[in-house]
Design a protein around this ligand. Structure first.
Ligand code: SAH
Length: 345
């Protein structure tokens, strides 16, 4: 199995059979070897530096009803909010002063924050912070709107495909949603010129290793600039409230595999990983991750952007906790990079 890992590192390719065995493998020695190789590749690419992105959760209102997500429209227990442009600009100002040079606006698909409002907001941020990157993570939109947002100054877009198996997609989403549109949206984003991120939840209900292989192949074909991999974590007020959380071990393995296949990709050590385990963030980095996304949302709203139970939003997971993040990183030999951190091939 180590030969396969070596080959994966040198050729960036792996057969379906080898991938399946690697994903299924429970030998701690092999897993450790995989992480070591991926970690070395990450260090070659980025040094001992971790990029930071300030995450602004702009709205928890959503027209969609994804079975896994805590802010799905059918969850009547959510205290709904949406930030105004002014509030978002305040978050940016606070983030800028803390040293952030990327702002990520994430939210539900909120009809009230319509295209016009979004474009105005992006233009405003672009004007005030010409040197910063603006990332959007706001779901599916018509091509014209993606294009207008890009023209307004947005640089990057995160849209996880969630699963590349169509049947599995409909186990996770109601039939009003469209697998084909999710995938088409990703291609559109890339065509427009966004640095594009995609990814999956590991251990989402119904997911098999065969599905994961399809995800790896899709990502190989799409060549996104960013790859977001986090464990599924149940939210009690969703149809998946009683399901088990995804495996940290499998999540880490996938981070390493993606690092070896896509050396220059930006791969976050995700909030979900940090939420599920107190050393999750560090383990994600040691497995090949090179980005963290501290929470820059207004503190009083953070609890309401609850995608899953016990989501971390404070301490080292928060923008104001950067010092704590820095000292955690230092313990594993890393420092925060205050660069904007664009994708470089
Ligand atoms: N509305 C946007 C942003 C969604 S939230 C969009 O559709 O892209 C960002 C990501 O959080 C999702 O893509 C999903 O992969 C992840 N997420 C949602 N619910 C989750 C859960 N219960 N456990 C782990 N990750 C979850």
């Amino acid at each position: 199995m180590k030969t396969w890992i070596d080959q994966l590192r040198s050729t960036r390719r792996i057969s379906d059979e080898a991938l399946l065995e690697l994903l299924a493998c429970t030998d701690a020695d092999i897993t450790e070897y995989l992480h070591q190789q991926a970690h070395e590749v990450a260090v070659q690419q980025f040094g001992h530096y971790i990029y930071i992105r300030g995450l602004i959760e702009i709205s928890n209102c959503c027209k969609n009803d994804c079975y896994y997500c805590g802010i799905r429209k059918s969850n009547t227990k959510v205290d709904r909010y949406r930030l105004t442009t002014e509030q978002i600009l305040e978050c940016c100002e606070q983030g800028y002063n803390l040293g952030f040079r990327t702002f990520v606006m994430q939210g539900g698909e909120d009809r009230a924050q319509d295209a016009e409002w979004l474009i105005t907001t992006v233009k405003e941020i672009r004007q005030r912070y010409p040197e910063c990157a603006i990332t959007l993570s706001l779901g599916e939109m018509p091509r014209e709107v993606y294009q207008q947002l890009y023209d307004a100054g947005a640089n990057r877009f995160l849209l996880r495909h969630e699963t590349y198996d169509e049947n599995h997609y409909y186990q996770l989403h109601p039939s009003e949603m469209s697998f084909a549109n999710r995938i088409a949206s990703l291609k559109t984003l890339k065509e427009i010129g966004f640095q594009t991120g995609t990814g999956i939840m590991v251990g989402s209900p119904g997911q098999t290793l065969a599905h994961l292989i399809k995800d790896v192949r899709f990502i190989e074909q799409l060549q996104p600039q960013m790859i977001g991999i986090g464990p599924f974590i149940p939210h009690k007020d969703t149809p998946f409230g009683n399901q088990q959380a995804g495996s940290i071990v499998l999540t880490l393995k996938l981070i390493s595999i993606f690092r070896l296949m896509h050396p220059s990709a930006l791969i976050p050590s995700t909030t979900a990983l940090a939420s599920l385990s107190s050393d999750g963030r560090e383990r994600g980095i040691l497995a090949g991750g090179n980005v963290v996304m501290p929470n820059l949302s207004p503190v009083n709203q953070r609890k309401n952007y609850s995608l899953y139970n016990n989501k971390a939003a404070l301490g080292a997971e928060s923008a104001e906790g950067l010092n704590r993040l820095a000292s955690q990183l230092k313990k594993i030999g890393y420092a925060i990079s205050y660069e904007r951190g664009d994708f470089q091939s």
